[in-house]
Design a protein around this ligand. Structure first.
Ligand code: SF4
Length: 179
């Protein structure tokens, strides 16, 4: 059965500009709003049945943008550092295109399409943060090229370990936590 995840339903939260990578609130009200949006998104990810897979993929396989699996991109980089993982140049080569200054991972578009064959392309586009025509273009190219090139196998990291380190990193990011 296809899972409709909170990030697909609540794009008003997950794709809010204050959850973009590097979003810098300029007023106290915006800082409060950003904290509230992060808390809302994290809470929804916390109830998502795909959390463990989503976080493990986002840490060990896909350097996706934005707030994913209860973490910011900076937190995911910190998790990789603690786990001794690097997202290799090979992953960056897989980036399929650039739109409005953002890059999209063709593997991620393909993964979402394969995992959710009945999901409208508009929802995949919303989840990735690109246009429907971008999704269509990449899916067409993948089809024309007879599939995606195989990614080299990476050392497998246990999802439980990723979740535990993520919890540590998030605790360290709480306001008032010891530096
Ligand atoms: S855990 Fe992943 S799939 Fe689930 S709501 Fe969060 S970002 Fe979406």
């Amino acid at each position: 059965m296809t899972e409709i995840t909170p990030c697909v339903v609540y794009t008003n939260v997950f794709l809010h500009r204050l959850l973009d990578d590097g979003a810098a609130p300029t007023t106290r009200a915006e800082r409060r709003e950003q904290a509230m949006l992060r808390a809302q998104a994290a809470s929804m990810c916390g109830t998502c049945p795909l959390l463990a897979t989503c976080l493990t993929d986002a840490v060990t396989r896909f350097d996706v943008a934005g707030f994913v699996a209860g973490t910011t991109r900076r937190q995911r980089q910190e998790i990789r550092t603690r786990l001794g993982i690097e997202v290799s140049q090979e992953d960056l080569d897989a980036m399929a295109g650039v739109s409005a200054g953002r890059q999209f991972d063709r593997h991620e578009i393909h993964r979402l399409r394969t995992a959710n064959p009945n999901l409208p392309l508009s929802m995949i586009a919303a989840k990735i943060g690109c246009s429907v025509s971008t999704v269509k273009r990449h899916l067409r190219r993948i089809e024309q090229e007879g599939g995606l090139p195989h990614r080299a196998e990476r050392p497998r990291v246990n999802a439980e370990r990723v979740l535990a380190v993520a919890a540590d990193v998030r605790r360290g990011s709480q306001p008032g936590a010891a530096a």
